[in-house]
Design a protein around this ligand. Structure first.
Ligand code: AN7
Length: 352
């Protein structure tokens, strides 16, 4: 049967019943793309979990199908989130699809990528830009949703994590086991928490045998978990992970420590290098935050971390599509040449 969305496919692992009104855009079932270029560069067999191919262009749809379905089941009328962009795009789309829920989003003014803002607006969310950063927006949303009958759909909502853990299931189903390593960007730290939960649950029921070492990567200017303290003024070109006080801090550390992995930082230059390399040599266009996972494995490889792991499998989650942030792409290319519409001139330019 054709794919009917992750709630349908992984129902036995999710807190839903026959009474749950499922709001789905057929999210999940994303490709696990082998990368020869990155395999050659780092050692282990590298696969990209291409989450930009979800309906709204990011992994957030996995959590949002759950959070929105459960909000409807509960009888909520309004959902709310703080967002660096992708959560708002996803919450707006799934709320629109419910045809019942009003969606309100708080975003940090001037620091969300153009594509994401367009998505939240076109799906008719009420978008409020605050003069502050993501962490301040999340504090406001927590206060409001504690005091009013408004459902919070950030990843502190446990249904978000439940939906997102299905990405780990899909990887195990495709590889017939868990990989040895899993690299992932870390912002608010919900996704690393979700993957680790998913890997553990699959192993427990015997659908996989191993567990990966979880390798999380923060942007150097927004690396509270690496530094061991909140960052008051986080800064990075990877606006999706411009977060100084992650909500799932503790569970990200647990994923790191239980798995024997690590959480490290990558600079904006390293992120941009990986971003360009993914597009140029793997054919995969991601947004800058997603490239943090790839920047991270390139860094670890330079340090010899993967020595003696040539046969291992390493999955990198690339979390959001490159078209989300067209401005960054345009800043990193040279403008095309403009020539007369004349065949000789064009052939000369091509070198034919
Ligand atoms: C592309 O949309 O926090 O560590 O408000 O959009 O689970 O937060 C986005 C996060 C990585 C980090 N890659 O994931 C939001 C938001 C992309 C993202 C992350 C985000 P978490």
């Amino acid at each position: 049967m054709s794919w009917q969305g992750l709630i349908h496919h992984y129902r036995e692992f999710l807190p839903v019943t026959d009474k749950t009104p499922v709001i789905s855009l057929l999210e999940g079932n994303t490709p696990l793309v082998f990368s020869q270029d990155l395999t050659d560069a780092v050692g282990p067999q590298v696969y990209l979990k291409y989450e930009g191919l979800n309906p709204t262009g990011s992994f957030k749809d996995r959590g949002m199908t759950m959070a929105i379905s459960k909000a409807l089941e509960k009888g909520s009328k309004i959902v709310m989130c703080a967002s660096t962009g992708n959560t708002s795009a996803s919450a707006a789309a799934y709320s629109a699809r419910s045809r019942k829920l009003k969606c309100v989003v708080l975003i940090p003014d001037g620091n969300i990528a153009l594509g994401k803002l367009a998505q939240a607006m076109i799906h008719q969310a009420q978008v409020i830009a605050i003069k502050g950063n993501f962490d301040q927006a999340l504090t406001l949303v927590k206060d409001i949703t504690n005091q009013y009958p408004v459902e919070l759909v950030n990843s502190i909502n446990p249904y978000r994590i439940e939906g997102q853990k299905t990405a780990a299931f899909e990887i195990c189903d495709t590889l017939s086991d868990a990989p040895e390593f899993h690299a992932i960007p870390v912002g608010n730290a919900g996704n690393i928490t979700a993957y680790w939960k998913g890997y553990k649950e699959y192993k427990k029921v015997g659908r996989s045998k191993g567990l990966p070492k979880m390798l999380g990567f923060q942007a150097a200017g927004a690396a509270p978990i690496v530094l061991g303290h909140p960052v008051e003024k986080p800064e990075t070109i990877a606006t999706a992970i411009r977060i100084g006080n992650p909500a799932s801090w503790k569970s990200a550390e647990a994923a790191r420590d239980e798995s024997g992995g690590l959480i490290d930082a990558v600079t904006d230059d390293e992120i941009l290098e990986a971003y360009k390399r993914l597009a140029a040599a793997s054919g995969v266009f991601v947004e800058p935050a997603s490239a943090a996972s790839v920047a991270g494995i390139l860094k670890l490889s330079r340090q010899g971390y993967f020595r003696n792991h040539k046969k291992a499998r390493l999955v990198c989650t690339v979390t959001g599509h490159g078209l989300k942030d067209p401005n960054i792409a345009i800043k990193n290319i040279t403008n095309p040449v403009v020539l007369e519409a004349d065949i000789k001139t064009i052939l000369k330019e091509i070198g034919l």
